[in-house]
Ligand binder design. Structure first.
Ligand code: FEO
Length: 170
């Protein structure tokens, strides 16, 4: 069995990851509605990855004999007023998720729960990549977003993103 506090934080993270999926689906729907289907696709794939993260946390808890409690998922309260809004909100959200992962890591360290620390290593790396990707998207949009032809090309580029299953297998 895991340390009670660590187990609780991991259980909360299941909800946070499902919320991330929900938030990114909201962004995806926004872009689809605006006719930017490539951006919509990018966030749809991102939502699939977040769902996978939630499933991994759930599986890890179950592999360690812990009961999983599913809580209600909050409604995304993003007020999206422009094409850049989801990009900036997404970057902020990833920074927040990184802080959550680090908090669990810290608790696992305090509990000398080396197994959970090792499990979380994948997420620490993943968060680094997700923050980099989110920041890169903002930079590209800031550079090209105001030119319709460049925006069209950027949208096409983002439309090529495809889903692949996570490299972490439990
Ligand atoms: Fe699952 Fe984007 O953090």
């Amino acid at each position: 069995m895991l340390d009670a506090k660590v187990a609780e934080l991991l259980n909360t993270q299941v909800n946070k990851e499902f919320y991330s999926a929900y938030l990114y689906l909201d962004f995806s729907n926004y872009y689809m509605d605006q006719g930017l289907e490539g951006f919509g696709n990018w966030y749809k794939v991102q939502a699939q990855e977040e769902r996978d993260h939630a499933m991994l946390f759930m599986q890890y808890l179950q592999n360690n004999g812990c009961k999983v409690t599913l809580e209600a998922i909050d409604k995304p309260n993003s007020e999206l007023k422009g094409f850049a809004d989801p990009l900036r909100a997404g970057y902020e959200h990833e920074q927040y998720v990184t802080s959550l992962i680090h908090t669990i890591y810290e608790a696992a360290g305090e509990a000398k729960d080396f197994r959970t620390m090792q499990f979380l290593d994948w997420f620490v790396k993943e968060q680094g990549e997700e923050e980099t990707n989110a920041e890169a998207l903002i930079k590209k949009f800031d550079l090209f977003g105001s030119d319709p032809r460049a925006l069209y090309m950027l949208d096409s580029e983002l439309g090529a993103r495809t889903y692949s299953a996570p490299s972490l297998v439990l």
